[in-house]
Design a protein around this ligand. Structure first.
Ligand code: ADP
Length: 307
């Protein structure tokens, strides 16, 4: 089977993580931490997850012209991602996230978006050649909203369905002009509450929140519910697709893996429920491992657990 073409637009960050006894207070220097770096950023995580799940992925992103950008690019190439539409910004550093993780599991994260914040609508238009023939456009909210909207418009022009993962949680409701261009909106519980005004605590409230989002113009809503799975809702169908039981080690990028895998499964022609089952399995595998991109599973692993 030829791999379906998936277009991802979004962010790339280098996560720099220090694990230490507790989170340092302002003005304090704390010794004794352990340092690791990991490739992250929601856009990059979703692009890598889609590529490993079986997609022929092209990624639109802006990286700095620095060491972190070089490393990110090398990672995308290793995952056989089409890097022709990746831009390098000579004036702005690559995105980074500085993360403290305390012994208690509590964390504190500061993100400098850097080049991600400079991905423009003009950049999207310059990448128009990537749209025709793509089976899905996958986006998140770590890049500027006008850029996301411009890409959704181009997707519409070329008949490409848009999957929007509204993460991180936006500070206000999304413009109806954008939501009307979205085929599938994939918030988690917090994001669904922010966008709909309805607190998601169980299946009934998930349905209510999803319904409110449909009324804002989206075609299909999938609310991810952590270990419980995902709630699917549109004009034709509504219900919970249960998650896979696994021993959770690190839930970082569970949602990203879910979105990347979902896009591939839909692009291959699975119906929504089957595609969510596939995405639940991919995301469940990712929570059994540490890190963002390192935890995204290969197609063979997803198929083995899907049986
Ligand atoms: P986010 O990571 O964006 O907050 P969720 O926590 O809802 O999103 O997780 C996304 C998906 O990952 C879920 O729909 C589910 O398929 C899977 N998942 C998350 N946590 C677990 C878990 N503990 N066990 C199994 N699957 C999980």
């Amino acid at each position: 089977m030829t791999k379906p073409r998936i277009l991802v637009l979004g962010s790339s960050n280098t996560d720099m993580i220090i694990k230490l006894a507790r989170i340092p207070r302002p003005g304090e220097t704390l010794l004794g931490g352990k340092f690791t770096t990991a490739a992250g950023g929601k856009g990059a995580n979703q692009a890598v997850a889609a590529a490993r799940a079986g997609g022929d992925v092209a990624f639109i992103v802006r990286l700095g012209k620095d060491m972190f950008g070089d490393q990110a690019l090398a990672g995308f190439k290793a995952d056989k991602i089409d890097t022709r539409h990746i831009l390098r910004d000579a004036k702005t550093p690559s995105g980074v996230a500085l993360i403290f993780v305390a012994g208690s599991g509590e964390n504190s994260i500061a993100v400098a978006s850097g080049a991600n914040a400079r991905l423009t609508s003009a950049d999207v238009r310059a990448a128009e050649a990537a749209f025709p023939g793509s089976k899905a456009l996958v986006m998140q909210l770590e890049t500027p909203l006008p850029t996301v909207t411009a890409a959704a418009k181009l997707a519409k022009k070329h008949g490409v369905p848009v999957i929007l993962n509204p993460a991180p949680a936006p500070s206000e409701k999304l413009p109806p002009a954008l939501l009307r261009l979205v085929s599938i909106l994939t918030p988690n519980e917090t994001e669904a509450e922010l966008l709909s005004g309805i607190k998601v605590t169980d299946e009934a409230s998930a349905r209510e929140a999803a319904h409110a989002l449909l009324k804002q113009g989206v075609e299909t809503v999938i609310i991810t519910l952590g270990a419980k799975g995902a709630y699917l809702h549109n004009a034709r169908t509504s219900g919970l697709i249960p998650g896979r039981k696994v021993k959770a080690v690190d839930t970082t990028a569970a949602g990203d893996t879910f979105n990347g895998a979902l896009a591939v499964a839909l692009a291959e022609g699975r119906d929504l429920s089957e595609a969510i089952r596939f995405a639940n399995v991919a995301a469940a595998l990712s929570v059994t491992r540490l890190g963002a991109q390192p935890s995204a599973p290969a197609r063979t692993e997803i198929e083995r657990l899907l049986k």
